[in-house]
Design a protein around this ligand. Sequence first.
Ligand code: PMT
Length: 401
Amino acid sequence: MLKGKHIVLGITGGIAAYKSVTLLRLLVKAGAEVQVVITPSGKEFITPVTLSALSGKPVICDFFTANTGEWHSHVDIGLWADAMVIAPATASTIGKMANGIADNMLVTTYLSAKAPVFVAPAMDLDMMAHPSTKANIEKLRSYGNHIIEPASGELASHLVGKGRMEEPENIVKVLDRFFDDPADLPLSGKQVLITAGPTYEKIDPVRFIGNYSSGKMGYALARKAADMGADVVLVSGPVSLTIDHPRVRVVRVESACEMLAACVEAFPSSRLSIMCAAVADYALEHVESAKIKREHGEAPVLRLVKNPDIAATLGQMKAPGQILAGFALETDHEMSNAVEKINKKNLDFIVLNSLRDEGAGFRTDTNKITIIEAGGAVHPYELKSKDEVAADIIRFSIDKL
Ligand code: PMT
């Protein structure tokens, strides 16, 4: 709920500044009180007159109003704010924020703000890809700022989308969710652990064993659980997806062993855990430290060893009151294989999806599932979008808690 919230909207000098007008309009429409703070170069792209007309407040750019000498206190503005949103945030402003270079009103206000800060980067693709920009964005993340980027699907669209400012409607949604009163939601105060994506098992510095999981199903589950009020720990294998939800903490891992360690840490405080990741069942017995060369005699024989079973490990740790669910991705003997996994891993229920069903499984935007309970009850569902499937699974889980 944005109604009555005090929002500082920081605007910097990028071509996407025109989108800030829509953002401002939407924030005001949602009932927020907005104070615009603009950088000097932001004024080159958008006039303060438009912004003050929409916000109903004078736009602040400088430390003083030149003709009256009125002093604008960045500390007071920072304290007034319930949230600060910087959109668009250029590479230059991100760099200043990351490194404490307080040479304008906007960065000074940012440094004094006690409220949560949301940053929507906008710049060209090459600037976004520069290691210095990436490092600065990571610094902002590590300071607890929320980075709002367009959600990406496949890798290709992710690359096209990189650098583009998130649409104002989506920025408002992120803020809205942040100010939701989670006390009213069914999973509020509960931690939920979700695993997503594939794991990569290194062969040598350039090769790995992996699988086709895109992370779409697991990320949809994380988003839905968080929308229902949960504090979500999303343990994610390597995927090109991003998620920005104030109640989702992403722990990025690569291998099954790393995923196991992250899950073992989060599991004891999680009421509900859903293992959606496609974990590699095998890893290399020995990882080469140098690239295996093609010309070196015979083709190499790779010796594999079994990876730990993460779900089964958590199944052994499970305490009364905790719900542990797995997925079963099958190609044949679906039902019997799924039931065997429930027992072997001590699951409360399993979500079966079969690669024999069109539109189900890896990489698709849809899935077709059957939920099988440890007690034997079977609940089939229609083919639906992964967001809707996630909602079905989370609703089903809530009934079990
Ligand atoms: O990511 P997407 O592209 O959206 O695709 C979604 C999905 C197909 C990956 C997902 O819906 C799914 O089916 N995930 C589980 C895939 C899988 O590995 O299934 P499995 O039947 O091999 O494993 C059974 C269960 O044990 C799973 O919960 C798995 O997370 C878990 N497991 C498996 C192996 C292992 N070493 N440790 C585990 O915890």
